[in-house]
Design a protein around this ligand. Sequence first.
Ligand code: XMP
Length: 521
Amino acid sequence: MEINHDTVVVVNFGAQYAQLIARRIREARVFSVIVPYFATAEEILSHNPSALILSGGPASVFEKNAPQLNPDILKLGIPVFGICYGFQAIAQSVGGSVKQNEMAEYGRTAVAITDTADPLFSDQPGHQEVWMSHRDAVASLPAPFLPSAKSPAAAIAAFYNESDRIYGVQWHPEVVHTPYGQQTLKTFLYDIAGCAPTWMPDEIIDIQVERIRNTVKDRHVLCALSGGVDSSVAAALVHRAIGDQLTCVFVDNGLLRKGERSQVVSDFAATNNIRLHVEDAEAEFLGDLAGVTEPETKRKIIGNAFIRAFERASRKVAAEQGLSGFEYLVQGTLYPDVVESGNAAGTSVIKSHHNVGGLPDDMEFELIEPLRDLFKDEVREVGAALGLDKKIVWRHPFPGPGLAVRIIGEVTKERLEILAETDKIVTEELEKAGAAASLWQCPVILLADVRSVGVQGDARTYGMPAVIRPVISQDAMTADWARLDYDLLAKISSRITNEVEHITRVALDITSKPPASIEWE
Ligand code: XMP
């Protein structure tokens, strides 16, 4: 991407670690990109980096196939900061030694700064808590490297080398459990590497608008709109570039939350003057799902039904507009998808010819992916800058297979209505209490095959339990259950049992991820 800012290259020794570091750098308003650990020096230099950060990773440097640090990248004259595995990889690469410890250190750990001349820790307390996750530890360092911190299990928990501008810590400054972590990163970025905090995600709007116009010219573009943040922001951005040359398709699969369709039709498309085709496919989806209880089978059926409905819709729209077809398809691909698909080096908006998600061969599109350099929180900033409704920008993520994977058991119209009604109550109460914004998601799950005993009046009744699963998370890779206020939970519970027929019991899911996933299926 053509941006006139400092760029930091994060060398990836473990995807989750590298992504979190890259996000933290951007939160410090410095642009960051992730490259694989085997990237060559030329590849790294092609990003014109102001600094390099070597990420942590799950491997031990002693494993046979442990990812190796390319020693050339320490000789580029660019400031380097190694974290956890990256810290050990530097030590090993420059001729220091790493030893396997008897004692591992996981979680909150007290460290002491032993050399206050290390500029990384200027203005920081001499004793502080950090988040550790290691068994191996750096045992010795060659000059001019100097140790600057220690922990109970690591005699050398940080080092610095001012003449070569190479720094490192054994712990994870990127996680929230390290209170001085972000300050340490900022000190490295601003004071050591001289980066300026000037990156703003909404800058990509002008860059992408120009690029999309130049690429698409007078041709026509299709976008599958899900109602979620990513596809909505991607569509709004492409619409800003080419207006009515863009048509969005929304497949109503009958597995939606209450009011979702009208939100897409009125709040999004009509408000922003975006051409929209709604494809009614509820009967088709429910027909295909009849009798199916196995979660992965549900997903497969829904995926296939979506392709059929989308293909049909695109032919209808093309015919209505007198076109033989569409050449471009907008996708709300985000940077984590790009990194995970191993394609982090390519930064173009248009990917080469690509057959998307199992669409038939005669439906080949060039992809337009205007958000592929951004993280989710940055997409929200772009959405806000494009003037999208707050409700759309701050929507909780929702799985593509919709409520079908939140009904444990067969999916029927009646069960979908019960779940949608319950979900609406939960959403309303969370919003009213101002709690929704602090949650990543709050799925509601219907245990449709469980007969739970209730007492209503004098009679014993049987109904289905609903489970609410409020979670906090940064990226859905890990999550913790949210400690919602008891009065709010009581209100949600009593409204559900009072207002939704067939639900006689409400349960709260108090499991973190891992070990449990966020969704139940
Ligand atoms: P899990 O359940 O794996 O969910 O912890 C992580 C995130 O992904 C969403 N999710 C899905 N999204 N299709 C999707 O588009 C799916 O099949 C699917 N399953 C889970 C989930 O809501 C959470 O945000």
